[in-house]
Write a protein that binds this ligand. Structure first.
Ligand code: SF4
Length: 482
């Protein structure tokens, strides 16, 4: 049996009479076209929405936006790649009505429209809300590192610079002592010149790194990235890479990204409330649950959430110094709210003594008379302080205790968190090959991430509803507005 055969290249073919015949009703490009056409591009901040009266005509921003949406959805993100596709891709020929912008025009569009692209992403989130695709009951918050356009070699931390300078000094010393030895012996001119050249290079290297050290001090920063100045060295899995930290809040119902932020902060710790509040605002709900991993544990953030009607679920990380020393941690002490005392493992009562502000938080201090601890059989397991054990309690600590009890009573929430939040990052990084940025600088990178988040959400909704239903959703939205 022969293989399936293709057609003879020289036989005459009958193409469909119009480009439109190539694009079936469920093709996503039909939605991209309809979605962009109904946006108020000028209000979103796109430039040149109205054509200039004089000069060479430019491309309509809507056409370039359609090109980017198509590209990000189909793993084509570079301006050169997009330009190439406009020449050979039938879907793009349909979408752009056979326009073929050059790669520079395409690249410039993304560079100057960071805020506008963010607005477009928000418009689609709004559409998702109107199509009732958000559950609005539970959001999972998580951050992931996306690679910046900056190699590890071109990033310097305080420690790295100190290490390099120390190494250079040691090498200079080594060459100098070699030169001295040669001077004492019969000088071998060629060898001596070679050492001099090496020394010159080392001095240049030292001067360069000292200048970087001075620049870092002047800027008051702890690290310096030379290619993309805003990127930072962050721990990304088993390695440290030069990245940006992308924060997302994902709704549990369909794993759609409700809110996102790009930051160059290395830690996630201060992002719980910001992300949960954004999600709450987008979904327009009074109450919502927010679950995050222990990297988000921060008392002030928990309070901000609770005050806004958000119920947080975050496990407490082991931060006590006593635990690793084999001593009782604070968890071994039970708080009695009625009597306002702590009961210790020996059954003694630590009573309130004084309060003091610590890192912006009012802390209440509880103690026992020192003689009680001195004579206690458990003292070795409890404290080595002469005055006995002291327990500090934040004035709103009950919020943390309630959260601890909630997390303990609902272990499935943590499992749910992983299932909800790892899907978008996995899809973006592996499925859509968007784990790295192409632009430099926080502002441009934010615009780029908006396109990535929008393409992820688009992909999800195409799978959930299909193109025709999405276009119908746009029509309903338009009618409601009118
Ligand atoms: S050392 Fe003091 S606080 Fe610790 S268990 Fe003994 S009595 Fe209680």
């Amino acid at each position: 049996m022969p293989h399936i055969q293709g057609r003879d290249r020289h036989s005459e073919v009958q193409f469909p009479p119009t480009l439109d015949d190539y694009i079936d009703a469920e093709n996503p490009v039909r939605f991209i076209d309809a979605f962009v056409d109904q946006l108020d591009l000028a209000a979103l901040g796109f430039v040149r929405v109205a054509a200039a009266v004089e000069g060479r005509p430019g491309y309509h921003p809507g056409d370039l936006l359609k090109l980017y949406l198509y590209g990000y959805l189909n793993r084509i993100r570079s301006s050169r790649g997009l330009e190439r596709e406009t020449h050979r891709n039938v879907e793009l020929m349909w979408l752009l009505k056979q326009l073929r912008p050059d790669h520079k025009t395409i690249a410039d569009f993304r560079k100057v429209h960071s805020d506008a692209l963010r607005g477009v992403c928000r418009q689609f989130t709004q559409l998702c809300k109107e199509l009732e695709l958000f559950g609005g009951e539970l959001v999972a918050i998580d951050g992931s590192k996306f690679l910046a356009v900056n190699s590890r070699r071109r990033n310097f931390t305080v420690d790295k610079l100190q290490k390099i300078l120390k190494e250079v000094d040691e090498q200079i010393e080594g060459y100098l002592s070699e030169l001295e030895q040669q001077d004492a012996a019969v000088p071998a001119l060629e060898q001596s010149e070679r050492l001099q050249r090496k020394l010159e290079r080392l001095h240049e290297r030292k001067a360069k790194h000292e200048a970087l050290q001075a620049q870092m001090t002047e800027l008051g920063q702890t690290q310096l990235s030379l290619t993309d100045a805003d990127s930072r060295r962050m721990v990304d899995g088993p390695h440290a890479s030069i990245c940006y930290n992308v924060q997302t809040a994902v709704d549990a119902k369909h794993k759609l990204i409700v809110a996102h932020e790009v930051t160059n902060e290395v830690s996630d710790q201060l992002w719980l409330a910001a992300m949960a509040l954004q999600a709450q605002e987008v979904m327009d709900v009074e109450e919502i649950e927010a679950v995050a991993d222990r990297g988000y544990y921060d008392s002030q953030n928990v309070k901000q959430c609770v005050d806004a009607g958000i119920t947080p679920y975050v496990s407490k990380p082991p931060t006590s110094k006593n635990g690793p020393l084999g001593r009782f941690t604070k968890e071994a002490f039970t708080y009695d709210g009625e009597l306002d005392v702590y009961r210790c493992p020996a059954g003694e009562r630590l009573t309130f003594r004084f309060e003091a502000t610590q890192k912006g938080r009012m802390m209440r201090n509880y103690e026992l008379p020192s003689r009680v601890c001195r004579n206690c059989e458990l003292k070795m397991q409890c404290t080595d302080a002469a005055r006995g054990r002291r327990i500090r309690r934040w004035e709103d600590e009950s919020l943390l205790e309630e959260m601890r009890d909630r997390v303990k009573a609902n272990p499935q929430r943590m499992k749910q968190r992983r299932e909800i939040v790892e899907h978008p990052f996995g899809t973006l990084k592996c499925g859509m090959n968007q784990g790295y940025f192409l632009c430099r600088g926080l502002t441009k990178v934010r615009g780029e991430m908006s396109l990535s988040i929008l393409s992820y959400n688009l992909k999800r909704v195409f799978n959930i509803l299909g193109t025709e239903a999405m276009i119908a959703g746009l029509t309903v939205k338009k009618t409601v507005k009118e």
